[in-house]
Design a protein around this ligand. Structure first.
Ligand code: IMP
Ligand code: MG
Length: 177
């Protein structure tokens, strides 16, 4: 059993299982985007390690960019997303693939999809490492999904709990008080 820091309940997905799944996703994405040079848009901060591993596993050309958004309001009616850091380039005519860490309610992603669709990309798809289908409030199409997980609070592999645990190589379940 590897060392687990204080506050961690258990390992949810091992380093090896993540690596294997990321490679599978990359293989599928490489096939689907043959002949295109997709723009991978990482949603910061949680997706940074996933995006780093995913791009290195692709065997097609790709470009990357990042976006930082903050959500406030947690109902369908009152869901605003503020862009804290926007993309560096226009995406009109590009094949855009959003790379997300976790889709929970789907409310954040739905707003981001609306915002980016309005800029007229050639295509707009979503790749997430983790998905919590039981928590969904807004329907979003997930084109590439690493793992469906239960309603637990996870961290590690770039994902934080109060800015902690991003450095853990595996995905862990955080102890809830
Ligand atoms: P939602 O889909 O709009 O509800 O929000 C999804 C975002 O909430 C994710 O991109 C994460 O940043 C954050 N989030 C949701 N569940 C977790 C979790 O278990 N651990 C860490 N962050 C989470
Ligand atoms: Mg996120």
């Amino acid at each position: 059993m590897p060392f687990l820091p204080e506050g961690i309940e258990s390992i949810l997905i091992t380093e090896e299982a993540i690596r294997q799944r990321v490679n599978e996703l990359a293989k599928q994405i490489s096939l689907d985007y043959q002949g295109s040079k997709p723009l991978l848009v990482g949603l910061l901060k949680g997706s940074f390690i996933f995006l780093a591993d995913l791009t290195r596993a692709l065997d097609i050309d790709s470009e990357i960019d990042f976006m930082t958004v903050s959500s406030y309001g947690n109902s369908m009616e009152n869901n605003e997303v503020r862009i804290l850091k926007d993309l560096g380039e226009p995406i009109q005519g590009r094949d855009v693939l959003i790379v997300e860490d976790i889709i929970d309610t789907g409310l954040t992603l739905r707003r981001i999809l609306e915002l980016l669709a309005a800029r007229h990309p050639r295509s707009l798809k979503v790749c997430t490492l983790l998905n919590k289908p039981s928590r969904r409030k807004a329907e979003v199409v997930v084109d590439y999904n690493g793992f469906d997980i239960d309603d637990v609070f996870v961290a590690g592999y770039g994902i934080d709990f109060a800015q902690k645990y991003r450095n853990l190589p595996q995905l862990v379940v955080v102890k809830r008080a």
